[in-house]
Write a protein of this length. Structure first.
Length: 276
């Protein structure tokens, strides 16, 4: 039996279980650091016992709805390779769009930034990597998430400040930019979330009270005291939350411009608050 044939057998079982067939080869390639060419060549060869054992072990984890990135132990984000495990959400491509928006609209060399709910540190580290002179503070309610974010900062050779805080409670100082990708899924929308996400990723980083708006409300109510005069706010939002989040910030910042921006798929995904 060739490796391709063995993969096909295991992949069919993944599909039946509601998982993506491609995850198996994705994890296998990553763990073995195989180029696409090397992988294609291996597919045509007889499968050996070592590969059988490894593929079976990966397959069992995927059947248990463990995300591919957790099995690999890392995830790529905006040119960085970040360690990820069950302490943090896996960074999503949509969040890279939020980073790109911030970078494109803020060319200044020296700015102070607060990242609320940093998780793996993805947003804060991507900004620090692209803007080495920015002063960046990354906060999270979870001590475990902050510990992992600090590991990622060290492995990326980036210098950030880390603060354990529930929104602004333990934050001091003023910031030119406040950014957040907070938990925003409503319990009512649980059925829209993938089984591997529900099974493995931390629920405190996924779900929020008040139909998903609880953290946005906190930020809207508290942010004014922590922004500089020309300070801006950038948020990732759920695709159904554009109008709701915009209304919250219009109440708190009637003098500022509020924009709801779409992602690459045409869905509402970001809210930006600035002086226009």
């Amino acid at each position: 039996m060739t490796l391709a044939q063995y993969l096909a057998e295991l992949e069919q079982e993944l599909v039946v279980a509601g998982e993506e067939a491609e995850s198996l080869s994705f994890v296998y390639r990553a763990l073995n650091e195989l180029s696409f060419t090397d992988f294609v060549l291996k597919l045509q060869a007889e499968v050996n016992q070592e590969d059988r054992d490894q593929l079976k072990a990966i397959h069992e984890q995927l059947l248990a709805h463990k995300p591919a990135q957790y099995i690999i132990g890392s995830s790529d984000f905006h040119g960085l390779t970040l360690k990820v495990d069950e302490r943090v959400l896996i960074p999503r491509p949509e969040t890279e769009e939020l980073v790109e928006l911030i970078l494109s609209e803020n060319p200044e060399k020296s700015l102070s930034v607060l990242d609320i709910g940093t998780g793996s540190g993805a947003i804060a580290l991507a900004l620090a990597s692209s803007r080495p002179d920015w002063q960046i503070t990354a906060s999270d309610l979870s001590e475990d998430a902050l510990a992992l974010a600090a590991e990622n900062a060290q492995s990326c050779g980036l210098d950030l400040a880390f603060v354990q805080s529930d929104c602004m409670e333990a934050i001091s100082g003023n910031f030119d930019i406040i950014v957040s990708n907070p938990p925003y899924i409503s319990e009512a929308d649980k059925d829209e979330v993938g089984l591997n996400v529900l099974t493995s990723e931390p629920h405190m980083a996924l779900f929020a009270e008040e139909n998903g708006y609880a953290v946005y409300r906190k930020i809207a109510e508290q942010a004014e005291d922590y922004l500089t005069e020309k300070g801006k706010i950038y948020l990732e939002i759920g695709y159904k939350q554009g109008d709701g989040v915009a209304e919250l910030f219009k109440k708190s910042f009637p003098q500022k411009r509020i924009r709801v921006l779409k992602d690459q798929f045409g869905k509402d995904r970001m809210v930006a608050v600035d002086n226009g």
